[in-house]
Design a protein around this ligand. Sequence first.
Ligand code: NAD
Length: 477
Amino acid sequence: MSFEYAPAPESRAVVDIKPSYGLFINGEFTDGTGTAFKTINPATEEVLAEVAEASDADVDEAVKAARRAYTRVWSRMSGAERAKYLYRIARIIQERGRELAVLESIDNGKPIKESRDVDVPIVAAHFFYYAGWADKLEYSGYGSTPLGVAGQVIPWNFPLLMLAWKIAPALACGNTVVLKPAETTPLTALLFAEICQQADLPPGVVNIVTGAGDTGRAIVSHPDVDKVAFTGSTEVGKAIARTVAGTDKKVTLELGGKAANIVFDDAPVDQAVEGIVNGIFFNQGHVCCAGSRLLVQESIADDLLERLKRRMSTLRMGDPLDKNTDVGAINSGEQLMRIRELSEVGDAEGAERWEVACDLPTKGFWFPPTIFTGVSQAHRIAREEIFGPVLSVLTFRTPSEAIEKANNTPFGLSAGVWTDKGSRILSMANRLRAGVVWANTFNKFDPTSPFGGYKESGYGREGGRHGLEAYLKGADA
Ligand code: NAD
């Protein structure tokens, strides 16, 4: 029987992309004083819109608006009143969920089934969760005094989700914010600005300034910013840490990762295969906590790899708006180049490359799901973050060897353990130097659960009660 593939595309008509966008300052969209840049659809290279690049003067305006709103309105409002706004925002996100998901997939390249079923629901859940804290801060353990104006800079891999992780706790604690989305994915942050208007959020409580590294630098170095929250690369994180050193700004950094996904010989193998696929091919591998190093016990390595390759061959790659798509487009030409370069280093170092055989679209930025076997600890592909759909496979014999290999990395963000034994899960979790350890699952996120890293993965926690610490003065304040 022959089978013809029938695409099931989500309608693009639900979003209204304007030809150009300004900055969102003091509750209104303004042109700004800088130049403009283009944002494109990475799956087609179509220009979607022109977006204003915020200058130092624009950032200054935004910080002033945030300061005014903080002093006159937001910090004076009761927690219960602030909560009403957060609940309202959460509900509007749910109501406009389809629009947000489609826009996120168009601007970022991620499959609609992920933006629709993962990103947007967790974004709404984050606002609901922190709305619940706004009138209960005295029970947080971190006091209930806000810091003031928060400057927040986020990356392109989860544009809306990273925005929610930053804005929801900041507002719940009584701070106001100036947030900069990444230059390749500004559109959902600008739609969020419209949602703030729709929710009647007092002007200046949330300010969104678009732009690239210079705009980010202007925010983090602004003298009237009390708190810097950054998610992005370790390299930029280190630069920011140097900038704020010696000031009284509070700072949290969520940086890169190189997670080990460890599979023991007693693991439910088919489930583990699903977890490996989810760990590294979810969001095209553009995930800071991606399970990019598979550590598999030697006795089951051949069988597991065979099943993994078979499963990978069923992954559907292509149009991010097609509801059947499993793997979408790489977010930018620049990121595609980085993935290609590091993969070529893997070839040169003698690792063996296997990739899914499939026809890639001729337009846009694409990289097939790939695994490297025969990888050793010294290889760069085992040490550096590739931030794409590329898995390095290493083997181990004993739990101690697995721990040693898993911890032998400058990063410490996350890890996965697959085994039938509860006692082994606990002992592994205690010995792994990673902020999050998933057992018999991977890439699970919930607003109630803190997330963050050790070592070069950064410091501070986002999510849960712990996430409030970053936005409050502390119990003794
Ligand atoms: P990036 O560091 O290049 O950019 C992140 C943001 O910082 C962007 O908005 C960018 O415009 C801005 N920026 C660039 N230079 C700056 C400067 N000098 N001062 C201030 N801001 C500046 O990172 P990226 O390539 O966009 O994102 C990928 C990285 O983010 C990966 O390393 C990934 O692991 C990390 N990440 C970490 C987490 C986490 O929670 N730990 C989550 C998502 C992504």
